[in-house]
Design a protein around this ligand. Structure first.
Ligand code: NAD
Ligand code: LMR
Length: 337
């Protein structure tokens, strides 16, 4: 009989907020780190939210889930980040109707400086970090800057929600079940400049697989309505709910970390915002969403060699430029503090 697995420490920041409320169940139930992996949950929020967090802790206890071992609610980053193997950095201000996500830079970037410093001091050096709080790509860049002892490859930002949205939109258009659409890519920033790209996507109908552009035979729709709908989906949810997406964001965070931890399925790839290594001519030192494959418990690899059309190139350039501008703005904000 094999030895029972030792618990890992997992931190969720913004633990009293909306996204965490849906995310914590997935973590405790074993759908992210696996059905045999016990976890200790470290829950970080700000001091005024400690009473609310008490209620979240009560509910976690009442789940009666055997994989969930210790629960550590705290407002102290030194406690929250202690020996963590995985970090979900969710805690940050969400945008309101009419704002772009980069309008949150001034309010949120300092949080990621402080948490970068705490990760550097207290986390395991192989910790896998997923930044969800917006503007997620640039927050991940800043967080890494302040955590120089942790490899840059361990930092990522979430574009999985955009990928899930794109996959669902294509499945609806093609009138197939959502899991029959694969390999749709999100390039660039988690913002309205992102490029949702179906050029390499496939769809399987009655056992036969073909490319999405061939199945749709509508490049115009793929290059206009489809792209704009995914770029603006977050804003559409805010306009309807008066609050930003939470259930779908939490599901996407679980998907992202599960694939990073357990590996991607053979022959498939997923989109993650990671440090650019210059692939596809994207400038280095920005956190850019690429298609990646991952070996179980391994590092991600950016998928190489996909043909990039002139149309796609123009979109990649716009979103990379925006990330360079956000980077400059973030450092300006931090210098002023
Ligand atoms: P929320 O307001 O419901 O919760 C945020 C929580 O973070 C609050 O409990 C708040 O007290 C806490 N917090 C604030 N500062 C903190 C700090 N320094 N340390 C720890 N906790 C802190 O917001 P939400 O709906 O959960 O969204 C959180 C963030 O995620 C927002 O920035 C939102 O825009 C972003 N988001 C990103 C994606 C994505 O796809 N990348 C999707 C949805 C939402
Ligand atoms: C989303 O994509 O739903 C989130 O980033 C929230 C937002 O501000 O759009």
């Amino acid at each position: 009989m094999s030895e029972p697995m030792k618990p890992i420490n997992v931190v969720v920041t913004g633990a009293a907020g909306q996204i965490a409320y849906s995310l914590l169940y997935q973590l405790a139930a074993g759908t992210v780190f696996g059905p045999d992996q016990p976890i200790n949950l470290h829950l970080l929020d700000i001091p005024v939210m400690m009473k609310v967090l008490e209620g979240v802790v009560m509910e976690l206890e009442d789940l009666a889930l055997p994989l969930l071992r210790e629960i550590v609610p705290t407002a102290d980053p030194a406690v929250a980040f202690k020996d963590v193997a995985a970090a979900f950095l969710v805690g940050a201000m969400p945008r309101k109707e009419g704002m772009e996500r980069k309008d949150l830079l001034a309010a949120n970037v300092e949080i990621f400086k402080v948490q970068g410093e705490a990760l550097d001091k207290y986390a395991k050096k192989d910790v896998k970090i997923l930044v969800v709080g917006n503007p997620a790509n640039t927050n991940a860049l800043i967080c890494s800057h302040y955590a120089p002892s942790i490899p840059k490859q361990n930092f990522s930002a979430m574009t999985r929600l955009d990928q899930n949205r794109a996959q669902a939109a294509l499945a609806a258009r093609l009138n197939v079940q959502v899991d029959q659409v694969k390999k749709v890519i999100i390039w660039g920033n988690h913002s309205s400049t992102q490029y949702p790209d179906a050029a390499h996507a496939t769809v399987t109908v009655q056992g036969s697989t073909k490319s999405v552009p061939a199945a749709l035979n509508q490049d115009n729709w793929l290059q206009t309505t489809f792209v704009e709908t995914i770029q603006k989906r977050g804003a559409a949810v805010i306009a309807a709910r008066k609050m930003s997406s939470a259930m779908s964001a939490a599901k996407a965070a679980g998907d992202h970390m599960r694939d990073w931890w357990m590996g991607t399925k053979p022959g498939e790839y997923v989109s993650m915002a990671v440090f650019s290594d210059g692939s596809y001519g994207i400038p280095e030192n920005i956190v850019f969403s690429f298609p990646v494959t991952i070996e179980p418990h391994g590092q991600y690899k950016i998928v190489q060699g996909l043909p990039i059309s002139e149309f796609a190139r123009s979109k990649l350039t716009v979103t990379a430029n925006e990330l360079e501008e956000e980077r400059a703005e973030a450092y300006k904000v931090l210098q002023k503090k």
